[in-house]
Design a binder for this molecule. Structure first.
Ligand code: F3S
Length: 283
């Protein structure tokens, strides 16, 4: 059996950095350590960290009640007000906001200070987008995610518009939206803030799936980027399996195949990928 793991499988740079930061902080033995929301969408990692004394805070209200400890800010970033809250409470924090996300925060802050109307393309309920919106110093911001949304835009034509994107937004959709807003005659500045890590992972998964007899996609149940990978691979390879860990894999089924491809979502730890790889290699 030939087994190939995609080079881009698993953690991107920003996620790896954030997860390592939490492990480093937990390793210092000074508790309590908190993360605002789970550090990644992976139950194994979150429960492993829990054993090391890391607690997940679920809401801002909960954060307001904290009086001690260290908070690790995850790669998605947080609204500016969270830093103010932490400072006012004197709570120590370690900032693991991905630098690519930080760049968007700075663009939005700067643009809103200069009087631009800000348009963010993305999913308004995603924590990264909530964080981005939290850097706009005025009410002049909207989040849109489709061409339909773009068509409906009715901002005063005299306003200058700054367009940024959630890092994981689809590039083609972003281009379509920008085109529609541009055609409406607005004076726009556009920052393509889509991160290439997701696109690269998807492109490689698709390529690998097209030359594999079976494709294994590893990722958390609630991970939307893993689901997307699964969809992409299924289009190219009819025998595509979505698993969370090695336990979910029907190894017997694999024995029928010669070429096995493996990829994994952005929140899948290396050790889970390696475990699956090694087990497939034994067949
Ligand atoms: Fe950062 Fe890109 Fe990952 S923005 S968190 S490196 S997907």
């Amino acid at each position: 059996m030939n087994v190939k793991v995609a080079k881009t499988a698993g953690f991107c740079f920003g996620v790896e950095r954030a997860v390592n930061t939490v492990y480093d902080e937990a390793g210092k033995g000074i508790s309590p350590i908190y993360t605002l929301g789970p550090i990644i969408h992976n139950e194994n990692v979150v429960s492993d960290l829990e054993k090391r004394g890391v607690r997940v805070i679920e809401s801002e209200e909960e954060l307001e009640n904290l009086n001690e400890g260290t908070l690790v800010i995850r790669s998605h970033g947080v609204p500016e007000r969270i830093y103010k809250l932490l400072d006012s409470k004197g709570i120590r924090y370690v900032d693991s906001t991905c630098p690519f996300v930080k760049k968007i925060h700075n663009i939005v802050k700067d643009a809103s200070d200069k009087g631009y109307y800000v348009i963010v393309t993305g999913d308004r309920d995603h924590p990264e987008v909530e964080g981005i919106c939290g850097y706009c110093h005025s009410r002049d911001l909207i989040v849109i995610k489709s061409s339909d949304d773009a068509e409906k835009i009715d901002i005063d034509i005299s306003r200058k518009i700054c367009i940024v994107s959630q890092t994981t937004f689809n590039y083609e959709k972003f281009q379509e939206i920008v085109e529609i807003i541009n055609k409406k005659g607005y004076d726009i500045i556009v920052s393509n803030t889509i991160c290439s890590a997701t696109r690269e992972r998807q492109r490689e998964a698709s390529e690998l799936a097209s030359c594999s007899d079976v494709m294994i996609v590893i990722g958390g149940r609630n991970s939307s980027n893993t689901q997307k990978l699964y969809d992409i691979c299924s289009e190219k390879c009819a025998n595509t399996y979505y698993i969370q860990t090695l336990d979910d894999l029907e190894l017997r089924q694999l024995e029928l195949f010669k070429n096995v491809g493996i990829t994994a979502g952005a929140s899948t730890p290396k050790n889970i990928i390696e475990e699956v790889f090694k087990e497939c290699q034994k067949r």
